[in-house]
Design a protein around this ligand. Structure first.
Ligand code: NAD
Ligand code: MG
Length: 397
């Protein structure tokens, strides 16, 4: 594989650092142009030096002097502020890895789709809240959009795209998170630290909380709908606590094709960054002979009400999906700031989405402006609701 130029957006995060490992393991295959981060200046500087990046972009202006000090004596160019991120995401590179957390990554994803040859997308929130716009932008520019999220990367690897009419179901697997077997009545007292400690995967705070509430799988149902153009009723979820089978495609002839691997994002990243070739991964390898059992079960709708919300939102269209994502981002932020209980996260999202579905506002067009307006309105509604109802709900009440 000839060397590819690459931008890593969100390079200091959990996915960004896994990508840095893949790139560092294969130094002849990648020429790193830009690495970006919101904060965590020290890690940004370390990563830029480790990967011999041409440029490091820091969105938080307050730390500019620290970054300049850390990169003194190197030839690494420095960019500061959100505009610098937007400018870098417009560069004509072979591959952009979109690994920013949340809908904050939307503008840079759209820019990258217009200017990169390939976009490897981990950042799922733009697909959930702006799926039609993201997919249309990729189609119009001819950019190849490759999924990094482990479930969607798994489906991409086993989906027979020439035979889509023979697909019976996409089956997303879910580990069940840290509270799969916890009494529901205990969930009210879960702390942010407990919610962030995932049994199988090491991830950023927001997605770890999403995994614990199963909202992550709800977002992934919508992500799969847009990425693979599949109706909600053909996207199923199975609880698979071992996280070995990352997802499956069931065909009409009864065949079920699965992709397996260790619970290590460096495998889907190695795949997406090298596609259609394959690279040696620095990650763990699967040792099937040490595994006693692989289990699959239906998710409990009482324990995980978030899943139903995904199907309701898909039925109601893109505006409902924007609302789901915005309410969830605001509710998770409030939980991490200890303003609401763990148990309140999904309850808050459910309430706000139901209100949004019942409102008289017109459905969203496919424009970026409309998406941002709706997103902003729903975040404000959620914050307002939370401030009026702090830690309000007990399990009994
Ligand atoms: P993280 O919180 O560990 O890292 C986020 C990165 O984005 C950091 O580099 C941070 O500086 C940057 N960032 C955050 N806010 C920003 C802003 N406003 N502007 C610019 N940069 C900003 O998150 P993560 O766990 O690496 O997840 C990143 C994305 O990938 C998320 O959308 C997540 O859902 C998705 N994802 C993550 C995993 C995983 O294993 N962590 C797996 C699948 C999908
Ligand atoms: Mg996933």
């Amino acid at each position: 594989m000839p060397s590819r130029t690459i931008n890593i957006l969100g390079a200091t995060g959990s996915v960004g650092q896994c990508a840095a490992d893949v790139v560092a393991k294969n130094p002849d295959r990648f020429s790193v142009q830009t690495v970006t981060a919101h904060g965590n200046t020290r890690k940004l500087a370390e990563t830029a030096i480790r990967l011999k990046a041409r440029k490091a972009v820091l969105c938080d202006r307050k730390e500019e002097a620290i970054l300049r000090e850390l990169l003194k004596g190197t030839e690494i160019e420095i960019g500061i502020g959100p505009d610098s991120l937007l400018e870098s995401s417009c560069s004509a590179v072979d591959v952009t890895l979109a690994a920013i957390a949340g809908l904050a990554g939307l503008d840079s994803v759209l820019n990258a789709l217009r200017h990169s040859r390939v976009v490897a997308i981990a950042n799922k929130e733009p697909l959930v809240a702006a799926g039609p716009l993201v997919m249309q932008t990729a189609r119009q520019s001819g950019c190849t959009l490759l999924p990094v999220d482990s479930e969607h990367n798994a489906i991409f690897q086993v989906l027979d795209t020439k035979n889509l009419q023979s697909v019976e179901n996409l089956i997303l697997t879910a580990s069940g998170g840290p509270f799969l077997n916890r009494e529901i009545s205990e969930l009210e007292h879960v702390t942010p630290a407990q919610a962030v400690a995932h049994p199988n995967w090491s991830m950023g705070a927001k997605i770890s909380v999403d995994s614990a509430t199963m909202m992550n799988k709800a977002l992934e149902i919508i992500e799969a709908h847009y990425l693979f153009d599949m109706p909600g009723e053909k996207i199923k979820v199975l609880i698979h606590p071992q996280s070995v089978v990352h997802s499956m495609v069931e065909y009409t002839d009864g065949s079920v094709l699965a992709q397996m691997g260790a619970s290590d994002m460096r495998t889907p990243l190695s795949h997406a960054l090298a596609w259609p070739e394959r690279l040696p991964t620095p990650g763990q390898k699967l040792t099937l002979n040490t595994m006693k059992h692989l289990t699959f079960s239906e998710p409990d709708p009482v324990r995980f009400p978030a899943l139903k919300l995904a199907y309701v939102c898909l039925e109601n269209g893109p505006e409902a999906c924007i609302a789901l994502n915005a309410a969830n981002e605001a509710a998770v932020e409030a939980f991490l700031a200890e303003k609401i209980s763990f148990y309140d996260i999904v309850g808050t999202v459910e309430y706000i989405v139901t209100q949004a579905l019942g409102s008289e506002t017109p459905m969203a067009s496919n424009s970026l402006d409309d998406i941002k307006k709706i997103d902003g309105r729903i975040r404000a509604l959620t914050q307002d609701y939370i401030s009026k109802n702090p830690r309000r709900r007990t399990v009994a009440g």
